[in-house]
Ligand binder design. Structure first.
Ligand SMILES: Cc1cc2nc3c(=O)[nH]c(=O)nc-3n(C[C@H](O)[C@H](O)[C@H](O)COP(=O)(O)O)c2cc1C
Length: 376
């Protein structure tokens, strides 16, 4: 085959996504742009973790411990990235994480994220501690597949009212964050004397001042509410007909407890290394949780996803879908709604590239044959 002498690249070296006009060329570049655009204390708040940040780092290291076992000459072209989760059809196996304080990164916050998700066929998790109310995000992106996230704490009657609001606002499921009985020990924030303005977390509780918000999110900010048990959570969730996901599971025991309490799905997560430093990486715990809950319960992987090949590895190891946290935050901070949409596009294109190179026809047919653990 002759190569066009005027072309600067051999065709086989070309990437399939045109970069012209794109806000960033790679997902890594989105991190660089976000770091430049955000103040240094906000950047520390986003990028930092708890304690010595060992769990934060382990979340990434664990992905590099898994290698692909490619099948060459597979005869399979244009692999499919579609999947379903809790009965919802998705164009790619990706959910955007609930991140409170979203107004710090873009004036439209999760409203922008949900619109980008709707266009790319990803699933939006809308946070309780967000800048906009869950009704507001619904109105901004009525066609988006949406899940509402809640913190199980404080007065059960307030929690009950929130569950009713979620159902009335037409959300399809609820994501219950179970790994946040108190805020993590985040030393970058301590050193920066970083304080969260009520404005960016009070969308669901308009007009609340810091004291009122500390009652709503009592345990996280002020340790002024009781920590709930699985039994209390099970009781509270009996009042909703919506399926729910337990976010923040790291062991087989907790996975079983979540399912016993009524969870329809479990999210293996260490909150992106922001809560308990010294907790294992989420990917390392994925096989244990998948083995514990069996085939009837869908398992989602959250924490450490930075690129398309990570998504393929997580799905090969048993995740039905993955969550992007900081990746969505930096894409939003770098270029708003367009940034989140472009990040999802880049993820999808990289997933297609990797699936083609490992010789698998679809996300759905991935299994542990596709990966092997690196020998130390
Ligand atoms: C700025 C920021 C705010 C967050 N706020 C919340 C929140 O309100 N509720 C929650 O369950 N998780 C929250 N998270 C955690 C994410 O939902 C997710 O678990 C984590 O970012 C995943 O790790 P990753 O960033 O490595 O993808 C937040 C994360 C970040 C970076």
């Amino acid at each position: 085959m002759s190569v066009d002498a005027t072309s600067t690249r051999h065709p086989a070296e070309a990437t399939p996504v045109p970069n012209t006009g794109a806000p960033f060329a790679t997902l890594g570049e989105a991190f660089d742009i976000a770091r430049d655009r955000l103040s240094s204390d906000v950047w520390d708040f986003v990028s930092g973790g708890a304690g010595d940040e060992t769990t934060l780092q382990d979340n990434r290291t664990e992905f590099s411990r898994w290698l692909f076992r490619p099948r060459t000459m597979s005869g399979l072209s244009m692999p499919s990235t579609t999947t379903s989760l809790l009965g919802m059809e998705l164009d790619l196996p990706v959910l955007t994480a609930p991140f409170g304080t979203d107004g710090l990164f873009d004036a439209e916050g999760h409203r922008a994220v949900a619109r980008a998700d709707a266009r790319q066929g990803a699933l939006s998790i809308v946070p309780e501690a967000g800048t906009f109310s869950l009704e507001d995000v619904r109105d901004a992106a009525p066609s988006a597949a949406r899940i509402a996230q809640v913190h199980p704490m404080g007065d059960p009657r307030n929690f009950q009212r929130m569950l009713e609001r979620i159902a009335n606002a037409g959300y399809s499921a609820i994501c219950v964050t179970v790994d946040c009985p108190t805020g993590g020990w985040r030393e970058r924030n301590l050193r920066n004397r970083f304080e969260i303005e009520p404005r960016v977390i009070s969308g669901n509780y308009p007009g609340s001042d810091s004291d009122e918000l500390s009652e709503v999110f009592g345990q996280i900010f002020a340790r002024n509410a009781d920590v709930w048990s699985w039994e209390e959570l099970a009781d509270a969730m009996r009042h909703t007909a919506l399926p729910w996901i337990a976010k923040g599971i790291l062991t087989a025991e907790d996975a079983r407890r979540a399912v016993d309490a009524g969870a329809a799905a479990v999210m293996v997560s260490n909150h992106g290394g922001r809560q308990l430093d010294g907790a294992p990486s989420a990917l390392a715990q994925l096989p244990e949780v998948v083995a514990a809950v069996g085939r009837d319960v869908e398992v989602i992987l959250d924490s450490g996803i930075r690129r398309g090949s990570d998504v393929v590895k997580a799905v090969a190891l048993g995740a039905k879908a993955v969550v992007i946290g900081r990746l969505a935050v930096v894409a939003l901070a770098a270029a708003g709604e367009n940034g989140v949409e472009h990040a999802l596009r880049l993820l999808k294109e990289e997933i297609i590239t990797v699936l083609t190179l490992v010789g698998r026809g679809s996300i759905a047919e991935l299994n542990s044959d596709a990966v092997t653990r690196r020998v130390p």
